[in-house]
Design a protein around this ligand. Structure first.
Ligand SMILES: Cc1cc2nc3c(=O)[nH]c(=O)nc-3n(C[C@H](O)[C@H](O)[C@H](O)COP(=O)(O)OP(=O)(O)OC[C@H]3O[C@@H](n4cnc5c(N)ncnc54)[C@H](O)[C@@H]3O)c2cc1C
Length: 339
C-alpha cells in the first residue's frame, strides 16, 4: 500500500528539542516496498529527502523544504545461531532501548551498556552510538539500506561502514543518500561484563548485583536517569558536542595550564578530552540566552527551556564554540545534526 503523504506537517513531536518547524511533506514508511513506491513518485524527484528516526540527534533551524520520511520498519528476529553468538535482524524503526531490553531478556551481551539511549535502531550506526565504555560498531555485522538515487537495495558489511568515534560512512559519503531499513547484529552468549567505566561498578555495588547483561543495563539505566536530562521534561538532544581528540603534545600543554583537565586515554596515541569539562571550566554551565541554555548540571547538554527556536540554540552553540576556541584553542565539533 502507498504511504500517505501529508503537507505542511509540524515536526514538533518528532524532535527531542521540541522545535516547532514544518516539513513541506511528511510520510511514514513501514516496509521496503513502500520506500520503492515512494521513490517512484514523480513529484518527489526534485525534493530533498530527510530520513527521520526519533529526532533525538537533530536540531531543526528552519522549516524543512522537502520530504521527511519517518522510518517505522519493525521486527526483531534471530536469523542465525551457534554456541557462541546469535545473529539478529532488526528493523530500522524499532526503538533502540526496546532492542536492548529484548537482548537482555535472552541473556545476550554486547549492547547492555547502551541501555536507555533514545532513538531508533536505524540511526544507531549513523553516529556509531556509544556510552559507558561500549560502541554499537562492535556488534553490527551488516546494514541493509536503499540508495535513494539508484533505488537499489544494498547490504554493507561492518568493515565498510568506516566506524569511528561518533562517526561512520553514513555521516559522510552516504549522508542523506540512503535509507537504512535493517541492521544485523551479532550478540554474544558469554557476557562481556564491561564495567570498566567507574560509575557502573559503584552502581552495581550499590544495588548489590554481580555483573551480568541485565544488572549492567540496570546500573546504566539508574545512572542515566540521575544524570541525563529527560527530553520529555526539558527539550535537548543529549551531548551537543563531541569530545575533542587532541595530540599528546597539545594535551601536555593544556595539562600544564589546566592541571584538573578531564581526559580519556584510548588505544591510539591521541587523547580524548571531556568537552563537558571544557565548557564548565569556561564558566558556561547553566548559562541562558533567552530560552536556549546550557543545562545546569550537564555542561555538554544544550536545552530548550521552553520556546527557543533552532536558530537560537544554534547561536548559543556557536557562542560556546567561540569561547572554547579562545580559551583552549580547541575546535568543538557538534555531535547533533544541524538541519
Ligand atoms: C537525552 C539524550 C541522551 C543521549 N545519549 C546518547 C548517548 O549516550 N550516546 C550516543 O551515542 N547518543 C546519545 N544521544 C543521541 C541520540 O540518541 C542518538 O544519536 C540516536 O542514535 C539518534 O536516533 P534517532 O532515531 O533519534 O535519530 P534522528 O535524530 O532522527 O536522526 C539522526 C541522523 O540519522 C539519520 N537517520 C535516522 N534514521 C535513519 C535511517 N533509517 N536511514 C538513514 N538515515 C537515518 C537522520 O537523517 C539524521 O541525520 C542522546 C540523545 C538524547 C536526547
Amino acid at each position: 500500500m502507498m504511504s500517505i503523504i501529508k503537507r505542511n506537517y509540524s515536526l514538533k513531536k518528532h524532535n527531542t528539542f521540541n522545535i516547532d518547524v514544518k516539513a513541506k511533506y511528511f510520510t511514514i514508511i513501514q516496509n521496503e516496498k513502500q520506500i520503492f513506491n515512494l521513490l517512484q513518485e514523480d513529484f518527489l524527484l526534485k525534493e530533498k529527502i530527510l530520513i527521520l528516526g526519533s529526532g533525538s540527534n537533530i536540531l531543526f533551524t528552519k522549516n524543512y523544504n522537502g520530504i521527511v520520511v519517518f522510518n517505522q520498519i519493525k521486527g526483531i528476529k534471530i536469523i542465525e545461531e551457534d554456541e557462541k553468538c546469535s545473529t539478529i535482524k532488526v528493523g530500522a524503526g524499532e526503538k533502540w532501548h526496546d532492542f536492548v531490553l529484548w537482548s537482555i531478556k535472552r541473556n545476550l551481551s554486547g549492547i547492555e551498556n547502551l541501555a536507555l539511549i533514545p532513538g531508533l535502531v536505524g540511526a544507531s550506526p549513523i553516529q556509531n552510538i556509544g556510552a559507558y565504555g561500549m560502541e554499537v560498531k562492535n556488534t553490527i555485522q551488516k546494514i541493509h539500506f536503499i540508495n535513494i538515487k539508484s533505488k537499489k537495495k544494498i547490504i554493507i558489511n561492518d568493515f565498510d561502514c568506516k566506524f569511528k568515534y561518533r562517526d561512520s560512512i553514513f555521516k559522510n559519503q552516504l549522508r542523506d543518500k540512503v535509507i537504512i531499513t535493517n541492521v544485523i547484529f551479532k550478540l554474544y552468549k558469554k557476557p562481556i561484563n564491561n564495567i570498566k567505566y567507574g560509575e557502573i561498578s559503584n552502581e552495581l555495588q550499590r544495588i548489590k548485583k554481580d555483573p551480568s547483561p541485565k544488572s549492567i543495563a540496570q546500573a546504566v539505566i539508574n545512572i542515566r536517569n540521575k544524570k541525563i536530562p529527560n527530553p520529555k521534561k526539558i527539550g535537548n538532544s543529549g551531548s551537543f558536542f563531541k569530545n575533542p581528540i587532541v595530540s599528546q603534545n597539545k594535551f601536555m600543554k593544556l595539562k600544564n595550564k589546566f592541571p584538573d583537565i578531564v581526559y580519556y586515554k584510548n588505544s591510539t596515541k591521541k587523547i580524548k578530552l571531556a568537552a563537558g569539562w571544557l565548557i564548565e571550566h569556561a564558566g558556561l554551565k547553566g548559562i541562558r540566552k533567552g530560552d536556549a541554555g546550557v543545562h545546569k548540571n550537564q555542561a555538554l547538554v544544550l536545552v530548550n527551556h521552553n520556546n527557543a527556536n533552532g536558530k537560537e540554540i544554534l547561536s548559543l552553540a556557536r557562542y560556546i564554540q567561540k569561547i572554547i576556541k579562545t580559551k583552549y584553542d580547541i575546535n568543538l565539533e557538534t555531535e547533533v545534526n544541524i538541519i
